[in-house]
Design a protein around this ligand. Structure first.
Ligand code: B12
Length: 392
């Protein structure tokens, strides 16, 4: 997932033991597993040249949409040495977050909300960062070195680096796929000044399969291994700040935060669950929350429900926008009352989405009545939504 918080922690330690690099690598892997990481690999900083080129092409094509932070300072991202000149080895780590039930089943429950698997529990940034810092502390205490730890938010190309470190390969959906954990891995990185023994890069095992491309509800993949983020439901519901473009609203269904379809379709997932217990716990109240209840959240209630959750990051108004799109797609006329109430919300983003939802649920006369009752609407984006539903 994407984000902008500073993702760097500097850790320096005196070190008290000079280990043989191979022994050190074995001990490091043991420590990583003891701390809760499911896989670990090591690569050199200069191993992702072609990924760097692809990244620049992606940015040039505008595929990043409004994620300006992704386009900023590409020299830092395309080569780890651009971020930190002293880095000698990159330690890549993965945490399995495989779901304990079919994540696509909720898509059929149209009056309930689908929150993507990664966001149903506590924020993985905090969890992975805590483990990375603990491992980094162990490393500097064991071998004199400097380290920096990253998860998600820094200018680090985590997927190509993970492939170079043998954790898996970048699949056709662009995420890292692991033979052991399928598409359900969070990634984190430790950059270090130590020269450590490297792993060989993993090779692509997607073969002729294109299940992830076929299942995408918004056709977000212009070609295998390429994502147009502007069409991706994850981007549309999380990163996109404005109204959701008309053309994607129906396809979004009841997905109110992120999307798991391309991950869930991956056949390699069947290995993810076997014999593993270390999944990340989903909160029961976030597995299938009712759209009606979610639509009633004010700012304080939103913050309370999503304490420690990544969902909190998008704020109540964007969240309600998403909930209203799902209400519009629910086919449940009883939910029109919730949307009608939100026509008077303080946020134009919410009011505009409420108009669209009512447009899906009400007959033209009832819609006109709702509009006539609000002659004072002045916000241009909301007026535009009214014009669009009237013409539909
Ligand atoms: C920006 C971002 C997003 C954006 C853009 C996604 C994307 N694919 O880039 C959005 C908001 C859409 C997003 C969504 C999701 N994200 Co996100 N996101 C990131 C972030 C911050 C940067 C990724 C990046 O650099 N994108 C830029 C583009 C250029 O990279 P790319 O798509 O990988 O492009 C490659 C391919 O196109 C390929 N390529 C291009 N042309 C060609 C041609 C050939 C022949 C080949 C072989 C390859 C190839 O090369 C490019 C470079 O590697 C990373 C964290 C990080 N710092 O790395 C997390 C990260 C990728 N996200 C993650 C997750 C979990 C998700 C979601 C699953 C969340 C959800 N459930 O909604 C979805 C998945 C959507 C998808 N199919 O990608 C995880 C993925 C873990 C994994 N196992 O891979 C990461 C690594 C965060 C983490 N620390 O765990 N994310």
């Amino acid at each position: 997932m994407a984000g902008r918080r500073a993702g760097v922690a500097d850790l320096r330690g005196p070190g008290f033991l000079n280990s043989d690099p191979t022994e050190l690598k074995v001990a490091l892997a043991q420590e990583a597993r003891a701390l809760g990481f499911d896989c670990i690999g090591i690569t050199a900083p200069g191993t992702i040249e072609s990924a760097g080129k692809h990244f620049l092409e992606f940015i040039a094509s505008g595929g990043h949409g409004d994620m300006d932070w992704l386009a900023a300072s590409p020299e830092r991202r395309v080569d780890p040495r651009g971020l930190w000149a002293d880095v000698r080895s990159v330690i890549m780590l993965g945490v399995n977050y495989g779901p304990d039930s079919d994540p696509l089943a909720i898509l059929k429950q149209r009056t309930r909300a689908a929150i993507s698997v990664y966001a149903q529990g506590d924020d993985y940034h905090d969890l992975v960062k805590k483990r990375l810092k603990a491992l980094a502390r162990w490393l500097v205490a064991t071998a004199p070195s400097e380290v920096k730890v990253f998860v998600d938010t820094a200018a680090v190309m985590e997927k190509p680096l993970a492939q170079a470190a043998h954790l898996g390969w970048q699949g056709k959906h662009t995420n890292l796929v692991s033979r052991e954990f399928g598409s359900w891995l969070f990634l984190g990185a430790i950059y270090t000044t130590l020269e450590l023994p490297r792993d060989d890069a993993e090779i692509d095992h997607c073969g002729s399969c294109q299940a992830c491309l076929d299942i995408c509800p918004t056709a977000a993949f212009p070609a295998p291994y390429k994502l147009d983020a502007r069409r991706c439901i994850s981007y549309l519901t999380i990163e996109n700040k404005g109204p959701i473009p008309q053309e994607f609203r129906k396809a979004i269904g009841n997905r109110i935060y992120g999307c798991d379809d391309c991950l869930a379709a991956c056949p390699w997932n069947k290995f993810a669950q076997e014999g593993r217990e270390a999944k990340l716990a989903a909160r029961d109240e976030l597995r299938a929350p009712g759209l009606a209840e979610l639509s009633r959240l004010d700012d304080a209630a939103f913050r309370a429900l999503f304490t420690k959750s990544p969902v909190k990051r998008i704020g109540r108004d964007r969240f309600l926008r998403n909930v209203l799109i799902a209400i519009g797609n629910s086919g449940e006329v009883a939910l029109a009352d919730e949307a009608r109430r939100l026509l008077d919300d303080a946020s134009p983003l919410v009011r505009g989405a409420a108009v669209w939802a009512l447009g899906q649920l009400l007959l033209p006369n009832d819609l006109e009545e709702a509009r006539a009752a609000r002659p004072s609407e002045r916000d241009e984006s909301v007026c535009e939504e009214w014009r669009a539903v009237s013409q539909a």
